[in-house]
Design a protein around this ligand. Structure first.
Ligand SMILES: NC(=O)c1ccc[n+]([C@@H]2O[C@H](COP(=O)([O-])OP(=O)(O)OC[C@H]3O[C@@H](n4cnc5c(N)ncnc54)[C@H](OP(=O)(O)O)[C@@H]3O)[C@@H](O)[C@H]2O)c1
Length: 336
């Protein structure tokens, strides 16, 4: 059996989680029919100059130990430019040919493999609204690489067998449509997937990207289905359980605003009123969306991953979905 809608998130390994815990999560995943792993050149997150690349190394070590590389669909990402990460590739992280080639050679070496199944642009290299850069009403002047060069490089990597397919992440509807138009005009490899946030506190994807995903066959890999843990309810009333992400990195989450907490509390109460663990409701809601190809849960513990797996078999009732819809109409974008 394969659990095709579950992609194992790895971003905590090598920092919040030890290498041994990472190996154990991959053992658990492969024993439970989960054969899709998502990682990135940048991980573990939160990113630091000392730990960058460690997550890919842990996955590579596991491949070599277990001989399971061919069993896994492996997704990784090339880092784009972002303030604070200027140490990536010596500060040259635009998606030029030389920059992408440098990135993939590093990833392949750390991952101890000669190919990556899905290679994603971690975020656009033009400045726009990803990562809560709210309030911009016009695109920045295009400060990224020449997009024709980026696409030609990705196409060449497919032809060389270094990647099987490529995708985007934190991308807008225009961005996806522009990549598609370029591929249609040139015959070069078409964008296969988009990895964007999607959860009950952030449903921005509904209003634009979802239509592109479904009509243009660009698979959504939905990240942060629990809004980085907030939808479990454990952070309500200012709680910061020892060892949790927010206890370790209080500044870390964009889901911790007063309004985000207020709305999270409403979803948590709704789940409980329907006799459900709030995490199950949050995960199941993501799996149930017709435009979601796979959800990417992250777990610090295997028990948390088991909850995400259990939710793949849960169908939320029509009555509960109506209540979720009512809440969503009242609080449409608490954490965009
Ligand atoms: N493309 C991108 O820019 C991007 C951005 C973010 C994530 N991602 C991908 O998506 C993956 C998942 O992201 P995420 O970690 O934010 O996902 P998430 O599933 O929303 O949050 C996972 C975290 O919530 C807590 N948690 C999970 N299950 C729980 C439960 N049942 N009860 C209480 N707490 C629970 C755990 O943290 P604690 O135990 O520490 O509390 C866990 O690490 C990442 O690994 C990465 O692969 C991609």
């Amino acid at each position: 059996m394969q659990v095709s809608e579950f992609c194992l998130g790895t971003m905590t390994w090598g920092q919040q989680n030890s290498a041994e815990e990472g190996y154990a999560q991959m053992d658990w995943a492969s024993a439970n029919g989960i054969n899709f792993f998502d990682t990135a050149e940048l991980y573990p997150s939160r990113p630091t100059v000392d730990t960058q690349g460690r997550t890919e190394e842990i996955i590579g070590e596991w491949f070599t130990r277990t001989g399971k590389r061919a069993d896994i669909i492996l997704a990784s990402k090339v880092t784009g430019p972002e303030d604070g990460f200027n140490w990536i590739r010596g500060g040259v992280s635009r998606f030029t040919e030389s920059s992408i080639r440098k990135a993939i050679e590093g990833s392949l070496r750390r991952l101890q493999t000669d190919y990556i199944d899905l290679y994603q642009l971690h975020w656009p290299d033009r400045g726009w609204t990803h990562f809560r850069k709210l309030g911009q009403t016009r695109p920045n002047s295009d400060e990224g690489a020449d997009r024709a060069e980026t696409l030609a490089t990705l196409d060449a990597l497919v032809k060389e067998g270094k990647i099987r397919a490529w995708g985007v992440s934190n991308e807008s509807p225009w961005g996806v449509m522009d990549w598609i138009a370029r591929s249609e005009a040139t015959g070069q490899a078409r964008v296969a997937s988009i990895q964007n946030p999607y959860n009950l506190l952030n449903r921005v994807f509904d209003t634009g990207n979802a239509e592109v995903s479904m009509n243009e066959d660009v698979a959504l890999l939905a990240y942060s289905p629990l809004a980085a843990g907030h939808l479990s309810g454990k952070y309500l009333d200012g709680n910061r359980p020892a060892g949790s992400r927010l206890a370790l990195w209080p500044e870390r989450s964009g889901y911790s605003s007063d309004y985000g907490n207020e709305v999270a509390a409403k979803y948590v109460a709704l789940a409980r009123a329907h006799g459900l663990d709030p995490s199950i409701m949050a995960h199941a809601f993501v799996y149930m969306q017709p435009f979601v190809t796979a959800s990417i849960p992250g777990g610090t513990t295997i028990e948390q991953l088991q909850v995400a797996l259990d939710a793949t078999t849960v169908t939320l009732s029509d009555e509960l979905l109506k209540e979720i819809h009512r809440l969503h109409r009242q609080h449409t974008y608490p954490c965009p």
